[in-house]
Design a protein around this ligand. Sequence first.
Ligand SMILES: Cc1cc2nc3c(=O)[nH]c(=O)nc-3n(C[C@H](O)[C@H](O)[C@H](O)COP(=O)(O)OP(=O)(O)OC[C@H]3O[C@@H](n4cnc5c(N)ncnc54)[C@H](O)[C@@H]3O)c2cc1C
Length: 327
Amino acid sequence: MNMSHLYEITVIGGGPVGLFAAYYAGLRSADVLLVESLSALGGQTGNLYPAKTLYDIGGLPGISGQALIDQLKAQVAHFDPEIRTATAVSAITRTDDHFTLTTSTGTIETRTVIIATGGGAFTPRRLAVDYDPALDQQNVLYFVKDLEAFRDQTVAIAGGGDSAIDWALALTPIAKTVHLIHRRTQFRGLESSVADLQATSAQLHTPYLIDSVTAAGTQIDVRLKEVRGDAEKVLHVDKLLVNYGFMSDNKQLRNWGVALEHNAIKVDSQTATSIPGIFAIGDVATYPGKLKLIASGFGEAPTAVNEALALTYPERRQALHSTQLYH
Ligand SMILES: Cc1cc2nc3c(=O)[nH]c(=O)nc-3n(C[C@H](O)[C@H](O)[C@H](O)COP(=O)(O)OP(=O)(O)OC[C@H]3O[C@@H](n4cnc5c(N)ncnc54)[C@H](O)[C@@H]3O)c2cc1C
């Protein structure tokens, strides 16, 4: 690892958007480095919902989170850029005509920076009731790594948003029984998903809250209490999958000097931040009309790479279409 090397572009964040930006930088023959704080690439898609099927990526009628990340990794490997995992960036400092990044594994010198740190470090919102922590991972789950772990099992899913509905749809054909518990009568998912849900065999428990979770042999008893009512019921299940959303921590952004709006980096239509030479894309970037979707980030990545290179080499004209660049 050569610390005095000066990269043309450093992409911070190895989620789907950072991976695509690193690939696109390869297409433009840029000397690019990709830095990821976790030991695995993939961001939210690879870590939070690898088994979920995504239906809103152009050209892919349906692809699992993990398969999408595998495809992005295969794509980026074509240009074999330097990738440093388990390396968290803590500070960005302007030094003469370039930037110095302070990381958990040393410093990086780079002419330009593309920040693709998404929501930062993600942690799931936990159940509001106390339960034996020994049940975590065995019976009480906050992530799905492998759908097969639910085959022929009785599963309760807690939550009423997109993610809870997606899991109910994905697990109904695999599990023996699926219960879905939500504190409201209405679900907050995409209309088409809610309609699909109502056509499945999933048993809906609304409006109910989880009152307690206790061990019952190798299974658990999930006691439910009716919201604004007296009814109670107990579900005897193998697994409880909690989908109360995620909390993200993007505190480090405040130390990077770029202008923020509600914990996101403000960018213009060229993905430029308030500091020349630093660009931001994907979930971490905001502008009027911004949608936090992979498809939006995929659109922002080529803009950031081309703008970063135009800043470094104003005389170099860019080819627009990939056939002119692929080698
Ligand atoms: C449950 C769920 C379901 C979703 N479903 C869909 C869907 O169906 N379709 C869709 O388009 N979108 C969906 N999304 C949103 C989608 O996942 C995000 O839009 C996408 O992940 C954004 O990609 P990103 O690369 O910008 O950020 P992220 O995926 O958040 O990746 C950012 C990466 O940066 C790393 N990082 C953070 N800080 C640092 C640092 N200081 N140094 C180094 N690395 C750092 C993180 O570890 C992470 O790997 C879903 C999100 C969730 C939570």
